[in-house]
Write a protein that binds this ligand. Structure first.
Ligand SMILES: [Zn+2]
Length: 373
């Protein structure tokens, strides 16, 4: 049996590797575009592939309610349903249950009760149900249902989240899976290094295929979050993939790669597009700005995305000001490509052993970005 993950190069704590899945290999570090509702908003699968995406995300919570994982299973599973034949990782729904505003009703050791964001009716998720949804979806990587507390809760709440997350991980480990499906556990502990260590010490002996770092990027300050990332990564086995849940701004991506993270996801590139901003190395450009009205240049001179290959800033500004859908699509394609290229360059730098100098250079170019949010 081949291993799930091959670590190919390290440079400091940064790592380059390959995750092997039933639908293909994923070079890491890997940014995973988020396709919450079985679509990466406005972008079709051929375009995703052309942008350099090798794995995308789906979400058990949303797909359970609309259209239902049973329906998707009848239609051949999530890959067939959304016409993406590459690797898919599905989130367990835990993050949605605990973070969607005012919907949580009650959590106990058996599961969690909440109001559906779709119709407000009380619903219940258990570790077993989340695993079944993900099996029916047929994703390549299934995530364990966990307890994700918000930032700033007392240590006792972090400890309780860890206790229950471990209890649930034990129950999920050996449940039926889709063919070839991998299962990752999620460590919790917020910013508390001791609690995080305990979470890892409880989960690592259970020998999951990979480990996620959950409960960060939930509203805390950035520097303590990066410190916690270093600690959390150091408690995980070197030979298994490490997934930081929910980071996708260019600066943040570079920082978690530097701390030994292999995979990460975020809605930021497509959400930023819908707020009509372009990620570039000369700033985060608000495309409504009048200064682009006669600007014939592409969004980014160095970008090879479909938006930059053919269209000017002036044209994209016109589109977004007229609320033309093509404007949002072009910005989504560009922003995704920007992150894909950034992560690809990071990987090459790790392979060459020049990650630190690449990181310094990328950071200094990106700091120009704050000008215009
Ligand atoms: Zn572009």
């Amino acid at each position: 049996m081949t291993s799930v993950f091959d670590l190919q190069a390290t440079d400091g704590d940064a790592r380059a590797g390959v995750l092997h899945t039933a639908h293909g290999d994923v070079p890491t570090p890997a940014f995973m575009p988020v396709g919450t509702k079985a679509t990466v908003k406005t972008v079709d699968p051929d375009e995703l592939r052309a942008l350099g995406a090798s794995i995308i995300l789906g979400n058990a919570y949303h797909l359970h309610f609309r259209p239902g994982s049973g329906t998707i299973a009848e239609l051949g599973g999530l890959h067939a349903f959304m016409a993406w034949d590459g690797p898919i990782l599905t989130d367990s729904g835990g993050f949605q249950v605990f973070s969607l505003r005012d919907t949580l009703l009650e959590a106990d050791d058996d599961g969690v009760t909440f109001r559906s964001v779709y119709d407000g009716r009380p619903e219940r998720f258990t570790p077993e149900l989340s695993a079944r949804i993900q099996r029916e979806l047929g994703s390549d990587v299934a995530m364990c249902l966990d307890i994700c507390p918000p930032a700033g809760v007392p240590r006792t709440a972090l400890e309780e989240a860890v206790r229950r997350t471990t209890l649930w991980a034990r129950r999920q480990r050996d449940l039926d899976r889709a063919p070839g499906q991998l299962r990752f556990a999620i460590t919790q502990g917020g910013l508390d290094s001791e609690v995080r260590r305990r979470s890892s010490e409880e989960l690592v002996p259970l020998d999951f295929d990979g480990y996620a770092i959950g409960g960060l990027s939930v509203g805390e300050e950035r520097e303590p979050m990066f410190d916690a990332t270093s600690h959390a990564a150091s408690y995980l086995p070197a030979e298994k993939p490490r997934y930081f849940m929910g980071i996708g701004d260019p600066e943040g991506v570079i920082e978690v790669i530097a701390r030994g993270i292999d995979m990460f996801d975020c809605v930021l590139p497509t959400r930023t597009a819908r707020t009509v901003s372009a990620l570039t190395f000369e700033g985060r450009l608000n495309m409504r700005n009048a200064r682009f009205a006669r600007d014939p240049r592409p969004l980014d001179e160095h970008c090879g995305c479909p938006a930059c290959a053919r269209f000017s800033r002036a044209y994209i500004r016109h589109l977004v000001n007229q609320q033309e859908i093509l404007g949002l699509r072009l910005l989504s394609l560009h922003n995704l490509r920007f992150l894909m290229d950034l992560v690809r360059d990071a990987r090459q730098a790790i392979e060459r052993g020049t990650f630190e100098s690449w990181r310094d250079d990328a950071r200094s170019r990106l700091t120009l970005q704050r000008v215009e949010m």
